[in-house]
Design a protein around this ligand. Structure first.
Ligand code: PMP
Length: 337
């Protein structure tokens, strides 16, 4: 099939591939599919949120090059999504980041000519950078003429973008999505998917996948190594009751999930893709045979080469664990614990 010429790079957001993972769990009596959000042009699911929060305001003339400045707190994928849109339309973008932001992400932001504003202090109450970053965003919004803060943590246009994510999955599988595994950060992806599922009256079981040490589903805050999923503060838009099931995964689970995906499916995916893969492994025994299970893979592995895909890093964090994804015969198990 010849694909049409797109008018611009932003038209490439969405309509990502859904790929069957037939070698992931060889004896699993159900089908497994992955929604590969890495195929968005900025490389992640957050391109959808960024476009949803900005495009309307650009089209209706509220955001104007030379007069408007977008200000947002993000150290990763949303920042890159916004950077791409702002560059495309010639808008200024000040991105508030923290010392955990990877050098690679900072380099990508600089390549898009983003003004990077780094906070260095942890919030004394939560021990996290997020509240400090949000405080800094408020200061910048107050002091910058024509500033607009999309505020991914509270903006309904963030989840709204993912109604379409779920629509694409539903249509690709002709309305038969029995399980959807969705990692959570702002909750935008989960909320949008849940909205579509409810509006359509689908019988899909929505599995929220979060990090151990994240507070999103009510657990205590604790240390986490991997960016992407999980949060130290529950965002305004996050509704934990939308998930029919919740699975918490450790950093090691994510590493094992990612390495297993590369080993068995030749997919180099990011940490939260490893998280949903591990969550499927944990729930697999309870999933009725013949189900269609869909995992949303939010981003690709290139941005995790110094961590998840570095043998030295993995050994330093967890010791010698490579046997967990290098079994000579696939056992069907994914996950460290
Ligand atoms: N995985 C990755 C890699 C992400 O960057 C994010 C967003 N921080 C998520 C998962 C969680 O997505 P959402 O914000 O829609 O909950």
């Amino acid at each position: 099939m010849t694909r049409p010429v797109l008018p611009g790079i932003l038209d490439a957001v969405g309509h990502t591939h859904l790929v069957e993972l037939s070698g992931l769990l060889p004896r699993f009596p159900s089908r497994v599919f992955a929604k590969l959000e890495a195929f968005n042009p900025g490389g992640s699911v957050k391109d959808r949120s960024a476009l949803s929060m900005l495009l309307g305001k650009i089209r209706n003339g509220e955001l104007v090059p030379g007069r408007s400045t977008v200000v947002e707190s993000s150290s990763g994928n949303l920042a890159i999504g916004i950077a791409q849109i702002c560059r495309y339309f010639g808008l200024d973008f000040i991105c508030v980041v923290d010392p955990k932001t990877t050098q690679q992400n900072l380099a990508i932001l600089r390549a898009y000519q983003v003004t990077v504003d780094m906070v260095t202090e942890l919030d004394p109450d939560t021990g996290a950078y997020l509240p400090t970053r949000v405080k800094r965003v408020r200061e910048l919004v107050d002091s910058t003429p024509g500033a607009y803060w999309p505020n991914q943590y509270a903006n309904p246009l963030n989840p709204q973008a993912h109604v379409q994510t779920m629509r694409e999955i539903d249509q690709a599988l002709d309305g038969r999505v029995d399980y959807l595994f969705c990692s959570t950060g702002t909750g935008g992806t989960m909320t949008g998917c849940a909205r579509y599922i409810r509006e359509r009256g689908l019988s899909t079981t929505l599995v929220g996948v979060d990090a151990m040490g994240s507070v999103l589903f009510g657990g205590p805050s604790g240390p986490r190594l991997l960016p992407g999923h999980g949060a130290a503060v529950r965002p305004e838009l996050f509704d934990p009751t939308l998930a029919d099931e919740v699975v918490l995964v450790s950093d090691l689970d994510c590493v094992v999930g990612c390495r297993t995906l590369t080993q068995r499916e030749a997919i180099l995916a990011g940490g939260s893709s490893g998280a949903v893969t591990a969550a499927l492994g944990k729930l697999a025994d309870r999933i009725p045979a013949g189900s269609n299970c869909v995992l949303i893979f939010p981003d690709r592995g290139d941005r995790y080469l110094d961590t998840i895909y570095s043998d030295d890093w993995v050994r330093a964090q967890f010791g010698e664990v490579s046997h967990l994804w290098k079994e000579p015969e696939h056992t069907g198990a994914v996950g460290a614990c």
